[in-house]
Design a protein around this ligand. Structure first.
Ligand code: ADP
Length: 264
């Protein structure tokens, strides 16, 4: 399914957050949304997920305005893991992951227990949370917790997965673990992934496409190694950086200093 934004703007309390954004996210690919703090990345992700409504413009799923698609139907196609997601007290991992099946149940319709169970098992296996499925979410380490929430989103079996800074607060090993799970669900199961990333090098390594937000607008979109350059880091983030090509032939950018603001 194709997700796109058309002339999307968002203001809150008279303050402009996003202005006239038109974007198409490539199907079956991993897109990273990057940009400085306050650029509007989380807001864009929340708009794409239908969690908030645009002030102007629309978001289209296969050409249909998501505002016209029911909440449950939308959640069967699109799952979102917002920043700082929290679980109700006394929730076990299995229970949390099972919440991911809500789009398939309703007051009138119990869902299909066998299918639900299979989806929950699959999501727990992919994210490797089965070993601690009976533990309370509140007792988990940061890495375990993030995988459990990722499992909940995957249990929705969406075609499109939206993630807001999925590696925040994780150490480097656990960051890689999460990025690898994201890559696997994309490559093996064909899920389209759209993720806000704060780490430029993660965007270079794990995304097929980069969207750069700055000053309320999209300033660039394209292949990460074309878009994310020393020049972009200077212009958009205000940092000087050195560019390397690592042993795997990938571009790595190393920030070295703040750009002299007098010269900007
Ligand atoms: P990013 O994710 O790029 O850091 P955000 O989307 O979180 O940016 O926020 C963009 C701007 O919008 C920030 O200046 C933030 O303070 C403001 N903003 C976001 N949500 C609200 C809100 N509910 N009320 C007021 N300002 C908000």
């Amino acid at each position: 399914m194709k997700l796109s934004a058309e002339h999307l703007s968002y203001q809150i309390e008279g303050k402009e957050i996003l202005r006239d954004i038109s974007l198409t996210f490539p199907e079956g690919k991993r897109t990273a949304i990057i940009g400085p703090n306050g650029a509007g990345k989380s807001t864009l992700l929340r708009l794409l997920a239908g969690l908030i409504k645009p002030s102007q413009g629309k978001i289209l799923l296969d050409g249909r305005d998501i505002q016209a698609i029911g909440r449950q139907k939308l959640a069967q196609n699109l799952a979102v893991l917002p920043q700082g997601a929290s679980a109700p007290p006394d929730t076990t991992v299995r229970r949390l992951v099972d919440y991911g099946r809500f789009p398939y149940r309703s007051y009138f319709r119990a869902g299909n227990p066998q299918y639900d169970r299979k989806a929950v098992e699959w999501a727990m296996t992919v994210t490797q949370v089965k070993d601690f499925e009976s533990r309370q979410v509140a007792s988990l380490s940061g890495g375990e917790r993030q995988r459990a929430f990722l499992a909940m989103a995957l249990a929705q079996q969406p075609e499109i997965l939206l993630l807001d800074e999925p590696t925040t607060y994780l150490d480097i090993a656990h960051q890689l673990e999460v990025m690898q799970i994201i890559r696997e669900v994309n490559e093996r199961y064909g899920m389209t992934v759209i993720m806000v990333l704060h780490d430029i090098n993660h965007a270079l390594q794990y995304a097929d496409e980069a969207v750069v937000l700055a000053n309320h607008r999209v300033v660039s979109q394209g292949r990460p190694d074309k878009v994310i350059s020393v020049g972009l880091l200077a212009d958009v983030f205000g940092v000087r950086a050195e560019r390397f090509v690592n042993e795997q032939g990938r571009t790595v950018l190393s920030p070295t200093a703040l750009v002299d603001t007098m010269k900007r």
